[in-house]
Ligand binder design. Structure first.
Ligand code: SAH
Length: 387
């Protein structure tokens, strides 16, 4: 099946907006994604072919649906692109299939328990969203029910019924989001069943993932990406490594197995808590994690005359900043591995890195988001004075 077949077999494709596919085949999509990277990176170095998926379906390990009403019927789905109208979705070709079934069950339970769904216009009602995260290799499944307030009528029976129908669920969390916001998750989590997180195994290491922690949504391709990052870093065991924007510490921990010492820096407190726990459970003791801004951390390193041998950065779509690049140059890494989910901000940032004394030696793409326009790339840079 290719993009044209998705066009035919997905009834939601025109309205949903998650897939941007047109009539292109998957091979054409990979070629176009390579061109997208080339548009911003080719002036620095050639771009290798995109590493695509053998079976590019049902890869999303994180699935979200919003609850609402259409006429008098409770529905779960997604917002029609650019609007706040809900399109009910029963199954999706890129999302995990088990997750779709659980969402259907929860929607039925909401009806039978007569729980009010939240109405965005009146800000009344209780059940807002459902988020499902799955450890693709451990098969652990977390269901997060996002409610507008702390109450949850018939909570015990609701959870018991859900577990009875889906014994594969390993944890159920209530997340409270009482803000009038487009963000899915609020700040408070209450485990209603199980330990409140899932685990997954990537590149031989075990990672714990909390409801709000960032984790690559395509586990199979994340391994491809991280292996490429390892090859790019070419560690020998003597290097000090900075993992900027480290999330739950995946890249840093994989690198720690081949480095002298790694420091991960991350803004999100929950992600750092997961990261520290992850280091412990993998018996990795040459890594530490800092909660904070990556730029500030590297600036204070250089003020203390500290440096790093390798810098890995994996920023959000907005990319990095000019002050980050200056701070990075001030700790003088010989090598920089930049993982980017937005070729446009990548191109802008490479310009800054070039001005700061780095040259791009390698660029390649990994397809993490088949059938969408999202493009992931990995770029290796070296300090110019290094031969
Ligand atoms: N490298 C990780 C996570 C990448 S996502 C992985 O592969 O799983 C980007 C992360 O950057 C998010 O976890 C986000 O919370 C964090 N972040 C955003 N701005 C930051 C900043 N200024 N300093 C440190 N971390 C930041």
């Amino acid at each position: 099946m290719g993009n044209a077949e998705i066009n035919k077999s997905c009834p939601y494709v025109k309205k949903c907006g998650a897939c941007h596919i047109g009539e292109r085949t998957y091979e054409e999509e990979l070629a176009q994604k390579k061109q997208q990277v080339e548009a911003y990176v080719k002036k620095y170095c050639p771009v290798a072919d995109m590493a695509g998926m053998y079976y590019p379906y049902h890869y999303r390990n994180k699935v979200h649906a919003v609850f609402g009403r259409i006429k008098d019927e409770v529905v779960a789905g997604t917002y029609e692109e650019g609007t706040h109208r809900i399109i009910p979705i029963k199954s999706c070709l890129i999302e995990d299939a088990q997750a779709s079934k659980i969402i259907e069950t929860v929607t039925d339970l909401i009806k039978s328990f007569k729980i009010w769904v939240y109405n965005e216009d009146t800000c009344r009602g209780l059940m807002r969203h459902i988020l499902i995260r799955k450890g693709m290799s451990t098969k652990q499944i977390m269901v997060v029910l996002v409610t507008a307030g702390p109450e949850f009528p018939h909570k015990k029976n609701f959870v018991a019924k859900l577990r009875e129908i889906h014994p594969e669920i390993t944890t159920i969390v209530q997340n409270i989001n009482d803000q009038n916001t487009t963000m899915v998750l609020g700040e408070k989590n209450k485990a209603l069943y199980g330990n409140g997180y899932i685990e997954d195994v990537l590149c031989g290491l075990r990672f714990r993932i909390s409801p709000s922690s960032f984790y690559q949504i395509n586990s199979a391709q994340a391994q491809v990406l991280y292996k490429k990052a390892m090859q790019a870093a070419a560690l020998t065991g003597t290097e000090t490594v900075i993992d900027a924007y480290c999330g739950i510490g995946t890249i840093g921990m994989i690198m720690a197995t081949k480095a002298k010492r790694v420091t991960g820096i991350e803004l999100n407190n929950d992600a750092v808590r997961d990261a520290k726990e992850n280091a412990k459970r993998n018996n990795i003791d040459n890594i530490r994690f800092v909660v904070g801004d990556a730029t500030e951390y590297m600036t204070s390193m250089s003020e203390n005359a500290e440096h790093a041998d390798v810098l890995v950065l994996d920023p959000p779509r907005s990319g990095s900043t000019e002050s980050f690049v200056k701070a990075a140059a001030s700790i003088a890494p010989k090598k920089i591995v930049y993982i980017s989910c937005n070729p446009e901000t990548l191109g802008r940032d490479l310009e800054w890195f070039h001005k700061a004394g780095y040259r791009t030696v390698k660029a390649e793409g990994v397809d993490m988001f088949a059938f969408t326009n999202h493009t992931e790339a990995i770029v290796t840079m070296q300090r110019k004075d290094r031969r």
